[in-house]
Write a new protein. Structure first.
Length: 107
């Protein structure tokens, strides 16, 4: 195997590891900010993998723009959750929602 081929496989393996790490972090964390970081890590892994496979640079710029937009929107949502509920943890937000909802009345 040529050294360039080994390097390409190493880049793709690293990109896949980043993608898997970020996705698992985004799905398993209860904290909204940790989920946002997980999405960012997964996005970087996907971009790295695409570039490792020879995607054009315009795709990388578009992907970087999408990543920044996702982070900005996620940060805005996290700030609103903190202001509205006083927490960014999923169970605390769910508990606050259960407390605020009126009890169901039988028909």
């Amino acid at each position: 195997m040529a050294p360039a081929h080994v390097l390409q496989l190493a880049v793709l393996a690293g990109a896949l590891a980043l993608l898997a790490l970020g996705a698992s972090m985004a799905f398993t964390s209860a904290n909204v900010l940790k989920r946002l970081v997980g999405v960012a890590i997964a996005h970087v892994g996907a971009l790295t993998g695409a570039l490792g496979l020879g995607a054009p640079a315009t795709l990388a710029l578009g992907g970087a723009g999408a990543l920044l937009a996702t982070l900005a929107l996620g940060a805005a949502i996290a700030v609103r959750l903190q202001e509205g509920y006083g927490a960014v943890e999923g169970p605390e937000i769910d508990a606050a929602d259960q407390y605020d909802e009126p009890p169901d009345e039988p028909l």
